[in-house]
Design a protein around this ligand. Structure first.
Ligand SMILES: Nc1nc2c(c(=O)[nH]1)N(C=O)[C@@H](CNc1ccc(C(=O)N[C@@H](CCC(=O)O)C(=O)O)cc1)CN2
Ligand SMILES: Nc1ncnc2c1ncn2[C@@H]1O[C@H](COP(=O)(O)OP(=O)(O)OP(=O)(O)O)[C@@H](O)[C@H]1O
Length: 197
């Protein structure tokens, strides 16, 4: 195996362990500070978004990932529609997430909405992505399925949606080994900082 792929695997293992080592209390505090950080950077003084947001994709936290559930509550209060990824032909489709959602589990045991209705991905304003590691250049290391990369392959940074990674601070690395298929993200939000790539 080429050494850069090997180092990707090693990094993935170390960074997954680091986020799984966080306590329940640390996870709760991280989720609260993530919401504060998001609000400070994406909302104007009057608490409305600086640019209108209608549709946001997020995820259900798994394997120590920082949880966007407080962001989700905030979106629901604002009448913003939220969507969750559903694995479809090695890509992701985005299904509405509401109080009425009926669930199924994907092959990794992560809950997904059970539906055949998806929002075209271009109609999403923001996608909040889970990640294992990130760097300040927009580099993202995921779980290794390549799902987000396949889904947004070829998307220009000026085209919707805005891709924003959510992470614990312990998931930041100096520089990630980049692969040709990696889709760069526009920003990362952690409990303490917003990093624009
Ligand atoms: N919360 C969340 N949802 C998500 C993602 C994610 O990273 N986080 N995904 C982002 O793409 C997709 C799922 N991708 C995943 C890829 C690998 C594993 C995983 O646990 N792999 C195991 C091996 C499991 C097996 O092969 O049976 C492992 O590496 O330990 C989980 C999710 C869609 N939904
Ligand atoms: N656009 C693409 N077309 C075909 N294969 C792809 C594409 N993007 C990624 N892959 C494949 O997916 C595999 C996993 O990629 P990678 O390790 O970058 O996933 P990841 O970003 O960590 O995962 P995820 O986005 O699911 O969290 C790679 O071996 C690569 O061959």
């Amino acid at each position: 195996m080429p050494s850069h792929l090997n180092s990707r695997q090693t990094l993935r293992r170390q960074l997954r362990q680091a986020r799984r080592d966080l306590s329940v209390d640390e996870q709760q505090t991280a989720a609260e500070n993530l919401l504060t950080c998001f609000q400070q950077h994406f909302l104007g003084v009057d608490h409305s978004p600086k640019t209108p947001i209608n549709n946001v994709a997020l995820y259900l936290a798994n394997d120590g990932e920082i949880s966007p559930h407080l962001l989700c509550e905030h979106f629901w209060q604002k009448g913003i529609n939220t969507y969750l990824p559903v694995i479809q032909n090695k890509q992701l489709a985005f299904a509405l997430y509401s109080e009425e959602t009926i669930w199924q589990e994907n092959i990794y045991g992560i809950k997904e909405p059970m539906t055949k209705e998806y929002l075209p991905k271009e109609a999403l304003d923001i996608v909040l992505l889970p990640l294992v590691g990130f760097d300040t250049e927009g580099g993202r290391l995921g779980m290794g399925g390549g799902f987000y990369d396949r889904t947004f392959e070829g998307k220009k940074t000026t085209e919707a949606p805005l891709l924003i990674g959510l992470a614990h601070d312990c998931q930041q690395v100096k520089s990630l080994p980049v692969e040709g298929w990696d889709v760069p993200l526009q920003a990362f939000i952690t409990p303490t900082q917003v990093i624009k790539a």
